[in-house]
Design a protein around this ligand. Structure first.
Ligand code: DQQ
Length: 549
């Protein structure tokens, strides 16, 4: 443990070294994808005062070339750090960055930056006009609770809007709206976009439109009226260090957002991911007419390990997001470009896995894999009875009923990154319960055996998959991306996502294995399983010659 290589990913985005956190300003511009990220050029820890905007470019969202930092803390309005923000493509096609600057005295203000040379296809250099900050700290907001401007959008009245997080009146997780005619003078709307009163502070707000239920195409931020469009508000809550979202109605006259089915406090909303991601941000990808979500996934080993490795933090593999048929939840799915990395393939077709069965999938390296499975449950009668109080805490339920605890229908799923002696393995699985005359599907990622190393955070992760399993023909799908220290899973067609970080000791030197297992009393059928070994992407190791706009 502790070597620079340990846990380093092969196709999840990382800078060549050092610390990264939140996703900043993702965009597609003139044939090039840009990703900026919170970056500490001086080491593998967060380092107050050091934050810069790392910058990489890509032609396909898979292979990346690193450029020089786009923003560094060099100006009076950001002397102590260039914190998170977003990109907006202005009419005429020139992008703008809005970001939070930390002044030398610690005060948080909102700044703007533009490309130095808009005809440089890679937008290497960015300039910060001397008229910054464009939004100073409001009088009713404490100095260190005002940050993370969103992508701006134009209203029907021709005014720009942006959303920014603030603590107003000391204990309100507010998302404020500012409006502007010229992207320079911004005026605060009296009403906040949303208030999460129970949350101490929210961060990184992301408001975006979604097309009618089930339509997978993404929408940009153009003003829209009428039916067929809902909005999603995503907030990152500092109290729980989790990302939440609600589907609801955005009123573009009052600039307020009301969740349709959820309460006011974001901490009671659905989570984007029930493992660990934070500070996510989406963008509209005009190349493929989809909305793409990025997010930071932090390390869960010790800080000493990070310093020894010389790096910390990854980004999730980019996901397409859209509104499910039920009109209530998002679906998320790895962008299709991942298929360009697929090499060796192994699979199963119509294999029955009996009670206690463990089937190895041979021929695919277990540390870089993309596994898609469709499970069919022959009979639901044996399902365990659901206890109503379990509703409150599925994560705890996953802790109590881990992969080794036998059930009726399930646990069944995948054992990933398993050492030859099975001492180490990560389990991703489902368990089906009978709840009155319906069924509830629990999805878990069980990290308890993921590593033999001490000092690693190994919580149970879990959530229910909101789908009617009978209506779906007793079929449920699971997809898992494995990448050395990342296990990113999508249950029920991307209705429930769980991203975990794992640090198996065996994986860098020995063989890592992949299995399907069933620890329920009833059999399950693997209607189809396709496991692909994934090639190593070129991520921030080459020069920018590989990017062809
Ligand atoms: N991290 C940034 C902030 C943001 C937080 C600073 C989210 O802008 O609120 O690195 O993790």
């Amino acid at each position: 443990s502790g070597s620079a290589r340990h846990g380093r990913t092969a196709y999840h985005f990382q800078p060549a070294k050092n610390w990264q956190n939140g996703t900043n300003g993702p965009m597609y511009h003139n044939g090039v994808y840009h990703l900026f990220y919170q970056y500490n050029p001086h080491g593998a820890t967060w380092g107050v005062g050091n934050l810069s905007w790392g910058h990489s470019v890509s032609g396909d969202l898979v292979n990346w070339a690193a450029l020089d930092a786009a923003l560094e803390p060099t100006s009076p309005f950001d002397a102590n750090g260039c914190w998170s923000g977003s990109a907006t493509i202005l009419p005429g096609g020139v992008p703008a960055i809005l970001y939070t600057g930390i002044r030398a005295d610690g005060e948080q203000v909102q700044n703007v930056a533009f490309p130095k040379n808009a005809s440089d296809p890679l937008l290497r250099e960015w300039v910060k006009p001397s008229y910054n900050p464009v939004i100073p700290l409001p009088a009713d907001v404490p100095a260190d609770f005002f940050r993370d401007p969103s992508t701006a959008w134009l209203g029907r009245d021709g005014l720009w809007r942006l959303a920014v997080s603030a603590k107003v009146g000391n204990a309100v997780g507010s998302t404020l709206i500012y409006r502007s005619k010229d992207f320079r003078l911004w005026e605060r709307n009296a009403a906040p976009l949303q208030e999460s009163r129970a949350a101490g502070m929210v961060e990184c707000p992301d408001l975006f439109p979604v097309a009618e239920p089930g339509a997978e195409e993404g929408l940009d931020h153009a003003p829209r009226t009428g039916t067929g469009v809902k909005h999603v508000l995503k907030l990152s809550a500092t109290d729980t260090f989790q990302d939440y979202y609600a589907v609801g109605r955005y009123n573009d006259t009052t600039d307020t957002f009301v969740p349709e089915d959820d309460g006011d406090d974001c901490q009671s909303w659905r989570r984007l991911d029930y493992g660990h991601i934070y500070a996510s941000k989406s963008f509209f990808d005009a190349r493929k007419n989809r909305r793409v979500l990025w997010s930071w996934a932090n390390e869960t080993d010790s800080q000493a390990d990070d310093v020894a490795k010389g790096w910390s933090g990854v980004q999730i593999f980019p996901r397409k997001v859209w509104l499910d048929n039920d009109g209530k939840q998002l679906r998320q799915w790895p962008i299709e470009e991942i298929e360009t990395l697929r090499s060796r393939k192994a699979g199963l077709l119509g294999t029955v896995v009996n009670s206690g069965g463990v089937n190895e999938i041979v021929g695919v390296a277990g540390t870089q894999a993309d596994v898609e499975v469709i499970f069919e449950i022959p009979a639901l009668e044996g399902a365990e009875r659901f206890e109503p109080n379990w509703l409150l805490d599925p994560q705890r339920l996953c802790g109590e009923k881990g992969a080794s605890v036998q059930g009726g229908v399930g646990p069944f799923g995948l054992l990933l990154m398993a050492s030859g002696d099975m001492q180490e393995h990560t389990a991703v699985f489902f368990r089906v319960f009978r709840h009155h005359d319906k069924y509830k599907v629990l999805m878990c990622t069980d990290l308890s055996r993921s590593t033999t190393r001490a000092g690693v955070y190994k919580p149970p992760y879990g959530a229910f998959v909101e789908m009617d399993i009978e209506e779906h023909g007793r079929i449920i799908s699971l997809r898992t991306l494995v990448d050395h220290s990342v296990v990113e899973s999508f249950g029920g067609g991307g209705r429930t996502c769980i991203t975990a970080r794992v640090y198996p000791e065996h994986a860098e030197n020995g063989d890592s294995h992949l299995y399907v297992f069933n620890n329920g009393t009833g059999a399950v059928k693997v209607a189809k399983l396709d496991a692909y070994e994934l090639a190593t992407a070129t991520v921030n190791v080459g020069d920018d010659g590989l990017i062809q706009p």
